[in-house]
Ligand binder design. Sequence first.
Ligand code: NAP
Ligand code: GDD
Length: 343
Amino acid sequence: MKKKALIFGVTGQDGAYLSKFLLKKGYTVHGVIRRSSSINTLRLNDIYKDPFAKKRNFVLHYGDVTDSLSVLNIIEKVRPTEIYNLAAQSHVAVSFDIPEYTTNADALGTLRILEAIVKVDKKIKFYQAGSSEMFGKVVEKPQNEKTPFYPRSPYGVAKVYSYWITLNYRESYKLFACNGILFNHESPLRGETFVTKKVVKGLCRIKNNKQKKLYLGNLYSKRDWGHAEDYVVAMWKMLQNKVPDDFVICTGKQYTIKKFINLVAKKLKIKIKWRGRGINEKAYDQNNNCIIECHQRYFRPAEVDTLQGDYSKAKKVLKWKPKKNLEDLINDMISFELKQISK
Ligand code: NAP
Ligand code: GDD
């Protein structure tokens, strides 16, 4: 029988990559989109299907994970074989500004989907988009599936709730429900306000005289960055495993934000020199123009200083490992950005 996936958060970075991956695998893909006053399906342009076409393998539904009725109605109507919950207010810094909404969407949203699965069909498999932000102020290095959580933001706390409620419904109702604990993953489709996209886009525009300066926050936090295209494969593999389980997905390597900036600048042949310390640290180009400054607005009330994962379990059980390294990721992001500028 043809498999049918339902993706909450289909319009996001991972939603777009996962949709394309599942369509290639022969799935019919249903996605949930929010009503918006401006177009929010840009990442789906190449797979979008005319709603009046007779046969469609990609179908969109209006809904919202903060709205129980829409969640239940869509699941009842679609009757998917697999549900991927990627829907979230996913920006850590913004979660300090809108903590209540973040909790509603990122924590209770997961509960709403799980409840609907119990009501509609307990055989529906479920993937929950957990995050390395749950490790927060890390209690060990590197982090694996057994590392205790210590979240540092309303976003991280909400994701911890979702992790436990997913595990609880797995144990209580015997659902095939899995938690992916994914470390940062980026791509050309990354949201504009995440640091990698900001740096790549900013430096590409500076190189092409479209922008003079880039403002950033903490340059010294360390992240384990992978490519979103690799990570959606791991989500799917979790739901094809014999038993439901939880998996850390990462590259095992970490870099500071400053190192990431230096690598991007080198690729773009911008020679940068750093001067100053703390909030006064600045980057200058070969003509002594200041092109990067730090600004208080991009620092967070509490920071996650270091993240580095261990994907041994996923490697052993799911036969998953990342295919793209940081250099591949940067090359992909830069060539996308340069194409955008030349358009
Ligand atoms: P993203 O680009 O921000 O996409 C989030 C998606 O969720 C968008 O489609 C967004 O819709 C949707 N959404 C937000 N609030 C919603 C609501 N109330 N109801 C329904 N949909 C809602 O995030 P991403 O990078 O693809 O990440 C996907 C998931 O993985 C998220 O849950 C994120 O927290 C988690 N995660 C991401 C990473 C990472 O590094 N990327 C790492 C670990 C975990 P709009 O387009 O309408 O805003
Ligand atoms: N966004 C942003 N903007 N971050 C900055 C900036 C800036 O101008 N300057 C420095 N940073 C630092 C942040 O303080 C953080 O330490 C690091 O760059 C990464 O920030 P983000 O790219 O916003 O990602 P994140 O690590 O906070 O969260 C992402 O990864 C999580 C997985 O660990 C998001 O995708 C989350 O949804 C995801 O769960």
